[in-house]
Design a protein around this ligand. Structure first.
Ligand SMILES: [Fe+2]
Length: 193
């Protein structure tokens, strides 16, 4: 008997058609950000000749990562256990909501939960989402440096990943903002690589 792997319809809709679930809450510009992140991930995986089902799964992570970005932090805090700074709450909240919807893809859920901070257990999907979210050409900081990093993808994945992590973590330090334990462990893992 052949093994039939069924893809969750929500992943199929997001990854193949760029559709968001009904419960998503993100404004027009933020949806456009999600679409650009998805396009970057799509570009990289096409260049890498990743199998189509995996391309859809990775694009779905791009489309869904900010699905709850516009929910007020106080509402998100009621849903999310543990200590998360306000600005980061939407990420674990989206992962929780996707789990509620029956998605059991732990790698995808981890990628979404830690998409802006990094996690030592990230695989290719988590690393790509972490980079694409930062390298979105629509963001208004460090345009030149980020353009140069985009131009090196997907071939220079490991070096670009270190540059993106350095940029993300440095920004937290310069803002006197907390750096999560997971970010530090992620950093230590990737500079060891
Ligand atoms: Fe994002």
């Amino acid at each position: 008997m052949p093994i039939v792997v069924t893809v969750h319809p929500l992943i199929e809709a997001a990854g193949r058609h760029g559709e968001l679930p009904s419960w998503s809450c993100l404004s027009g510009p933020r949806r456009e950000h999600a679409e650009r992140v998805t396009a970057l991930i799509g570009e990289w995986n096409l260049a890498l000749a990743v199998p189509e089902a995996e391309q859809i799964r990775r694009r779905a992570a791009g489309m869904l990562h900010d699905a709850l970005k516009d929910v007020p932090p106080d509402d998100l805090r009621r849903l999310v256990p543990g200590e998360w700074p306000d600005a980061l709450l939407h990420a674990p909240a989206a992962a929780l909501q996707l789990r509620e919807e029956g998605i059991k893809d732990e790698e995808l859920l981890l990628a979404i939960q830690y998409h802006s901070v990094g996690h030592p257990e990230f695989g290719a999907l988590g690393e790509q989402l972490y980079m694409a979210d930062y390298l979105d050409p629509g963001r208004d900081f460090g345009a030149e440096g980020r353009e140069a990093l985009r131009a090196r993808m997907p071939d220079a994945h490991d070096e670009v990943l270190v540059s993106v992590a350095r940029g993300r973590i440095t920004a937290r330090l310069e803002a006197d903002a907390p750096v999560l334990e997971a970010s530090i462990q992620f950093w230590n893992r990737i500079i060891d690589a």
